[in-house]
Design a protein around this ligand. Sequence first.
Ligand code: HEC
Length: 167
Amino acid sequence: MQERNSRKYSQIGVAILFLLLVACGGHQTEGQTQPETANGQEAALQGKSASALSERTAGMRAGQVVYDQYCATCHQTNGDGVPNLNPPLAKTDYVTGDKERLIRIVLNGSNEGLEVNGMVYSNAMPAHSFLSDEDVANVLSYIRNSFGNHADTVSVDEVRQVRATLE
Ligand code: HEC
């Protein structure tokens, strides 16, 4: 009788353990699936630097969309350009250097026959002043941090200021 009782208790113990495991397991999965939604991800990011980082990532992604639509035909998706026609955007001083000059090239276009990394390009770049300040800021932040480039981003304010000197 005693032995039977203790077996019964241990069975109850196993059942309780099992229930606990299921309960905890269920809870864990809930916690893991939550950040999959965009809102959950935003909520999971706490502190200023994290939200600044996600803003930067969003800007880069938006910049890539602008790039693919308006720049890639000439400068190519990988930023290598086309020899003798369209200069590369990888590792050029125009891209990673002075932001004002860079913003001006995109807004005004260029027909100077720029020398880029030792080669002169005969095509003309059309003006892209039809792009919004935000699109220009995003696309320039994108090219300054793609194709092996690492430079600080361009802000909407910086684009607005340069545009004001041109109009
Ligand atoms: C129709 C082709 C064409 C398009 C579209 C175009 N570019 Fe250009 N781009 C050129 C050419 C050609 C030059 C060189 C101009 C010159 O020699 O005066 C140039 C020069 C540049 C330069 C300076 C030189 C260098 O390679 O670093 C940058 C930066 C640049 N383009 C960025 C862009 C961005 C960003 C876009 C899209 C918003 C864009 N371009 C769209 C053809 C194009």
